[in-house]
Design a protein around this ligand. Structure first.
Ligand code: MN
Length: 728
């Protein structure tokens, strides 16, 4: 009995240490309420049930969480196991605590053990979605940690079930949230029950070499401490043997012997600032020989879960390799407690947030949480954890989940095909954006529609990312625009034939055409054109079939017409083009690309017959073109042009990047383009409004796809707030 009270006093002590202003009466009331509710209920090991919520609350306090979380941890099994209800808890401890307890209860009611591996990821996402508030997950992790710490008392079946669930569900979640310390403990405790024989072997072997290992750790540790002390670097050096599960993984998945694990011994140097991290690295590389290729700079490039450190592997004087991790105290907090380090209760309001930029997303999340909008916080949190998806909001606050690189068009079609089909414009975060704008996590997207909208543009198919939008746009073209499809299809087919150097007359020969149509089950030529037009089949594919049919026709008549003697196709004169552009009805005409909108292959284009300089090619979304359509004197000068055979030629175009002024960002933008091997022919940064900088970059690309991926890449750089094509 008294031990429960003692444990409760321990909890109070932990809380008061980091949160002196905590309302201890309220916490005590939660403890007493929980204790009374669980009554005589016992845990499997025979102790009073309250010892479990007490232990969970202590873990929650060790992470440094707020008062509501501690109360909720104390009460977390009340709704599930006792007569207490949501209402009771709300009345006594407030809405927040009741919601947290309810959240943990819901998670507890889900079982994951029978789920297939490929479903696991979805289950993890679902768990986050259900939790709605990150604190629910943190309390649940504390609950689970105490349960696996006391797993020896439950049945063997229950041990394995819980261990498996922990390994597949909770350890990865702790990892995502950057909570290394909890992750390791969950893994080490679980693996004991999942593969006891192997773990025993490892423990035995570690025991045998224990004295040797200790001596080694001490030698290196004192050598490092001494050296760094000599140079006046204030730091803490510690050494340890890797934790059991990571040894297990290396031995069994990489088939290594214990002695072959390069980083079996790991040292950690914690210093006061980033400059010292690199100083320490220098000293270590002077003392020990670094193993080439093993240095990792997670300070420059933090892991997605915010982990930061320098890692290096070196060889000790005794020929024993080891790993050193170097980090600041702040980074250490983040490494141990991850998101919780940022969640931590802080005395007073003005607690400084170090490394503002690196943790910008956490700050954003915390800010939105302060507005008590836990739901939005959760959505935002989910966002940074699922890298292949982008989560955006409707103006009403619903979350729409799209593939990375999606545009407002994808968004519109994911709402409803009608929204996409009648789309006339898009706003992101209250600002008008071009259709090709790449959506970012957390963007609020609204779509402007109009009954008189002319429907989707064929070029959208090149911009969009989601299969859903693609299907819906194709459907539309198929249904609504038969005539236009036929025309587009015909043009595409003929241009593809020219490309393949097959005369149109040959392709349309009855014996060839009928076979091509039958093979793809088209009733008539127009049907085939229509299908090409709406994108149901590619012109290239059809032309390949034409070529095959021509060949087999030639083979049949082998005697008169051997394969080699298929008549050299006559090149249609109208196919002459400059810079990959064909102008309808005009042969050999001089083509220039308009400077205002710098079109590239893949853009929908239109030509303007200039006075004396041939045809100037504009993008169809160029504002000069759009404005000129209202000018009766000019409308007749616009003529249809199309891309043909652009191959590997490079085209110049201009993009504008709007960035938050921060050190190094310009370099980041340039090096992103460099990584993609996109040639930069001019680069010009100038200050814009409100601490922003506008960079104008002239790049050379093969086509629109290449440009769009370059733009997406730039958009993903932190600090970039907008990327768009210059259009005048
Ligand atoms: Mn529990």
């Amino acid at each position: 009995m008294s031990s429960v009270i003692e444990k409760y006093h321990d909890l109070e002590a932990v809380i008061l240490e980091y949160m002196p202003s905590a309302n201890i009466e309220r916490i005590r009331a939660a403890f007493e309420y929980a204790r009374k509710s669980h009554g005589t209920q016992l845990r499997k090991q025979g102790t009073e049930y309250i010892t479990h919520p007490l232990a969970a609350a202590e873990i929650v306090a060790e992470i440094g969480m707020d008062e509501d979380s501690i109360c909720a941890a104390l009460l977390h099994d009340c709704i599930e196991d006792t007569v207490a209800t949501h209402e009771d808890i709300e009345k006594l401890f407030g809405k927040d605590v009741a919601t947290l307890v309810e959240g943990v209860t819901k998670l507890t009611q889900v079982t994951y053990t029978s789920v297939e591996e490929e479903q696991m990821e979805n289950m993890r996402k679902m768990l986050f979605a259900m939790a709605k508030d990150i604190r629910v997950i943190l309390i649940k992790l504390a609950d689970r940690l105490h349960n696996v710490r006391t797993l020896q008392y439950v049945s063997e079946i229950k041990q394995r079930e819980t261990a498996l669930e922990t390994m597949e569900m909770y350890a990865p979640i702790a990892h995502r949230l950057g909570m290394q310390r909890i992750k390791w403990e969950l893994e080490d405790l679980s693996i004991k029950y999942l593969d006891p024989v192997a773990v025993n072997d490892i423990v035995k072997e570690l025991d045998q070499r224990h004295i040797e290992d200790e001596a080694f750790l001490n030698t290196v540790q004192s050598r490092l401490t001494e050296r760094l002390g000599e140079y006046g670097i204030s730091c803490q050096v510690s050494g340890r043997v890797k934790h059991i599960y990571s040894i297990y993984r290396k031995m069994f998945s990489e088939k290594k012997l214990l002695s072959e694990i390069l980083d079996l011994h790991a040292f950690r140097v914690i210093v006061n600032d980033i400059a010292d991290c690199y100083n320490v690295l220098g000293h270590i590389h002077e003392l020990y020989r670094p193993i080439p290729g093993c240095f990792k700079d997670y300070i420059g490039t933090p892991k997605p879960n915010m982990y930061q450190s320098l890692h290096t592997n070196v060889i000790g004087s005794e020929g024993v390799p080891f790993e050193v991790q170097i980090r600041t105290w702040d980074m250490h907090q983040t490494a141990e407690y991850g998101i919780a380090a940022h969640w931590k209760y802080k005395e007073g309001k003005g607690g400084k947030v170090a490394d503002e930029e690196k943790f910008a997303w956490v700050r954003r999340l915390l800010e939105s949480q302060q507005d008590a909008d836990a739901q939005e916080f959760m959505h935002a949190l989910k966002i940074d954890m699922f890298a292949d998806e982008v989560f955006v909001f409707t103006p009403r606050g619903d979350v729409i989940n799209l593939p990375v690189g999606s545009t407002p068009i994808d968004f519109a079609y994911s709402i409803h095909s009608e929204v996409g089909n009648s789309m006339t414009g898009a706003m992101v975060n209250g600002r008008l954006v071009p259709y090709a704008h790449i959506l970012n996590n957390g963007d609020i997207v609204s779509i402007q529609t109009s009954k008189s909208a002319k429907g989707p543009n064929r070029d959208w198919l090149d911009i969009i990312k989601s299969p859903e939008a693609r299907n819906k746009i194709r459907q539309w073209f198929k249904k609504e625009k038969r005539e236009e499809n036929v025309m587009h299809g015909k043009l595409a087919f003929e241009s593809e034939l020219r490309h393949a150097k097959i005369p149109l007359a040959d392709a349309l020969r009855e014996e060839v055409l009928s076979k091509v149509l039958t093979r793809a089950s088209f009733g008539a030529l127009d049907e085939m054109y229509a299908a090409i037009g709406y994108g149901g089949i590619s012109a290239q594919k059809v032309v390949n079939r034409v070529r095959e049919e021509l060949r087999s026709a030639a083979k049949l008549k082998k005697d008169e017409l051997p394969l080699e003697e298929i008549p050299e196709p006559k090149i249609n004169n109208s196919a002459k083009h400059y810079h990959g552009v064909v102008v309808e009805g005009l042969d050999n005409c001089l083509v220039k690309f308009a400077r205002c909108c710098t079109p590239i292959p893949g853009d929908a284009i239109v030509g303007f017959i200039t006075r004396g300089y041939g045809v100037s090619v504009h993008r169809q979304d160029c504002h000069n073109y759009i404005a000129s359509l209202n000018d009766p004197d000019e409308t007749e000068r616009w003529i249809r042009v199309s891309w043909v055979d652009t191959g590997d030629s490079l085209y110049s175009t201009t993009i504008e990047v709007q960035i938050v002024d921060r050190t190094g960002i310009v370099v980041d933008v340039a090096s992103a383009l460099n990584t993609l091997k996109v040639k930069i022919s001019s680069f010009n940064a100038r200050p814009a409004t409100a601490g922003m900088t506008l960079i104008t970059i002239v790049v050379e690309v093969k086509n629109r796809d290449e440009l769009i991926s370059a733009m997406a890449k730039i958009m993903s750089i932190s600090g970039v707030s907008d990327v768009r094509r210059a259009d005048g």
